[in-house]
Design a binder for this molecule. Structure first.
Ligand code: PGA
Length: 264
């Protein structure tokens, strides 16, 4: 696990964009795993700027989003479809037929739908680079605490904390989604490479538990300790509760010297 500590959110976004853009350039047919939330917005802004400047082409790429609220249509302003379209897809050249986001409007056989999403990831060759945020409760995607570490894409009931975090975005209590479709932790662990971004003191406890705590389903992100190629890119505030910050800086210096490809 590499832990890259940056000064602030802007630096986190730029570093993530440097890695993602390099990955897209070296493999134009890349399969990206994408996340919503406030954290990756800066990354998306940077990638859009690179695309506009003519130096980043998504025309051969494929994407799979982590999750979507159950019950929200793609046109709902709080849906993750809407978020992705507005903040990223409408401003780059990723072909719409290769954009995949779980459908929040499905009903009936949820398992069959989720199996098809898993199959679509497999058919695309698996996810090359997965972008993640982290919830205050340590969730990745909507894998709420106690999610199986082997879970696959499925319908998931949202935790009280997540519902509380989302409440401000909805006009009334009854509109706040109570469930979501989310890739599982097993799905995420199958990605070839993972970048987890975090910013702000509100994420410090979750980051510390994910990086330095025991692997536990109580903190879904701690499962990333079992992945061979994970980079946490976090700012000073999000790194606040880590006990080994100096060691992570040392690892980074040595990585730059001996295995710089891990940082490219
Ligand atoms: P945020 O959400 O980026 O809006 O903080 C992260 C998450 O809950 O996964």
């Amino acid at each position: 696990m590499l832990v890259v500590i940056k000064k602030d959110y802007e630096e986190v976004s730029r570093e993530a964009a440097r890695i993602v853009s390099a990955a897209v350039r070296s493999n134009p047919a890349i399969v990206l795993g994408l996340a919503t939330g406030s954290t990756p917005l800066g990354l998306y802004r940077e990638l859009i700027a690179l695309h506009r400047a003519g130096s980043l082409d998504f025309s051969r790429a494929t994407s799979f989003n982590l999750d979507e609220y159950l019950g929200l249509s793609p046109s709902h302003p709080q849906s993750f479809h809407y978020f992705m379209d507005r903040n990223f897809f409408s401003q780059i050249n990723l072909p719409s037929e290769r954009i995949h986001i779980p459908d929040g409007t499905i009903s009936g056989d949820y398992d069959a739908y989720c199996d098809r999403y898993e199959q679509a990831v497999k058919s695309a060759g698996g996810i090359d680079l997965q972008i993640l945020g982290i919830g205050r409760n340590g969730h990745v995607g909507f894998n709420e605490p106690t999610s199986s570490l082997a879970s696959r894409t499925r319908l998931k009931a949202l935790s009280h904390e997540t519902i509380e975090d989302n409440r401000h975005s909805f006009a009334s209590e009854s509109e706040v989604p109570k469930c979501a479709i989310t890739m599982g932790i097993g799905t995420i662990l199958d990605s070839r490479r993972v970048l987890l971004l975090a910013s702000g003191r509100s994420k410090a406890a979750a980051v510390a538990r994910a990086v330095e705590g025991p692997i536990t389903s109580s903190v879904s992100a701690s499962a990333l300790q079992m992945h061979a190629d994970v980079t946490f890119i976090i700012d000073e505030e999000a790194a606040y509760s880590l006990t080994q910050r100096e060691y992570y800086r040392h690892v980074l210096e040595m990585t730059k010297i001996f295995t710089p490809e891990r940082l490219s």
